[in-house]
Ligand binder design. Structure first.
Ligand SMILES: [Zn+2]
Length: 252
């Protein structure tokens, strides 16, 4: 059985003598693992289209167990993501995060388009990548069933109460009268709530021009990190650990 679908390479794993197993986010089938035969021996056949970030039209053949890549028409390699180590690491994190939330056989068009837009915006940027990455995290969560509730209290349901905390467990804000309900809930300011709403509802091109104050960014970072690790099976991202190490080196 042959299947033709647009897809992005999220992950590569060495397989056998000269093969690679690619983890793809495809438009028609969600997450797919497919073997690219012989790529590690001769790059010629697929010319860059099996590298991380590669976006193209994949022709996949269903073998006995795994899919096999029979042809790729490369549309975009996002090569500029490789221009700088910080940008590359954020790019790698975006792939890792996406890989951990998508599932086999389940399409997610909004997330697929957000991923492409995120990679293309990051590729063109030269600094201050963090806001775009935070916006992508929020969009990914929203499109995968974890949209945070920011307009009312997740415990009493009242809107317009003064909000003081964010509960990762319940996925939203908690008002002053209910704040004891989740002992792990984290403090959140009204500015951070507004920034989160803006990031969820604005396209990434526009967000690339936005500057968020460092204290707000710090709060947002803490909340999203906790929220992601509460709901995704994976909480340790290799790329993020690397970024933290780089930040430490930079600050000392
Ligand atoms: Zn409440």
């Amino acid at each position: 059985m042959l299947c033709k679908t647009d897809g992005v390479v999220l992950k590569q794993t060495k397989f056998g003598e000269g093969d690679l197993i690619l983890t793809l986010f495809t438009k028609k089938m969600g997450k797919v693992q497919a073997v690219a035969k012989g790529v590690r021996r001769s790059r010629g056949k697929f010319t860059g289209s099996t590298q991380l970030f590669a976006y193209g039209e994949f022709v996949l053949f269903k073998g006995r167990d795994l899919y096999q890549v029979s042809q790729v028409d490369l549309k975009e390699s996002f090569y500029q993501l490789r221009e700088d180590i910080t940008k590359l690491t954020y790019g790698a994190y975006i792939l890792e995060l996406t890989e951990s939330i998508i599932t086999e056989g389940q399409t997610n068009n909004r997330l697929f388009h957000s991923l492409l837009s995120c990679l293309s915006v990051l590729a063109k940027m030269e600094k201050a990548y963090e806001t775009v990455v935070k916006a992508y995290e929020l969009k990914l969560l929203s499109y995968s069933g974890y949209k945070p509730e920011l307009d009312r209290c997740v415990y009493c349901g009242k809107a317009g109460e003064s909000v003081i905390k964010f509960s990762s467990k319940e996925g939203g804000t908690i008002c002053r009268s209910c704040f004891g309900q989740d002992i792990y809930a984290m403090r959140i300011s009204s500015t951070t709530i507004n920034v989160m709403k803006y990031l969820m509802n604005t396209d990434l091109e526009q967000i690339a021009r936005l500057r968020v104050k460092s204290d707000i960014m710090e709060e947002l970072n803490k909340i999203l990190k906790h929220y992601i690790s509460t709901h995704l099976e994976k909480s340790k991202f290799k790329s993020l650990q690397f970024l933290d190490t780089m930040k430490e080196i930079h600050n000392t």
